[in-house]
Design a protein. Structure first.
Length: 123
């Protein structure tokens, strides 16, 4: 399974600046997590190359105009971005969902748990 996901990441021209980190979500749902900061331009190029297989999740949060939150699904990978319009940068996080997770049930849970985690870090 991981080979399939890695192939999907590496067969494109663009990459994003992320590194493997300790998952912020329970390991029963998330197998691996990658996080980093990227420019709007490179993130858009990255998403554009994957547009055919990319599903936009209806979990946008635009309540804070200085920090917009969006999420997409690519195979078993949830892509979450905190977009900062003033600097045209984004904090990007990839969650590789565990094989045991039920995708249709766990996607929203992962995104909302991660946003709660981010909010708790700010407090």
């Amino acid at each position: 399974m991981i080979d399939k996901i890695e192939k999907a990441f590496y067969e494109f021209n663009t990459v994003v600046n992320v590194e493997c980190v300790k998952p912020d979500i329970t390991s029963s749902v998330v197998h691996l997590q990658y996080s980093g900061t990227e420019s709007y331009q490179n993130l858009e190029a990255y998403l554009s190359e994957r547009r055919f297989n990319l599903q936009k999740l209806n979990l946008d949060d635009c309540t804070d105009s200085t920090n917009l939150k969006r999420a997409w699904l690519f195979d078993r990978v949830i892509i979450h971005a905190c977009l900062y319009p003033h600097s045209r940068t984004a904090d990007v996080t990839f969650f590789i969902v565990s094989n045991d997770a039920l995708l249709h049930l766990d996607i929203e849970t992962v995104v909302l748990q991660y946003r709660k985690h981010l909010a708790d870090k700010v407090k």
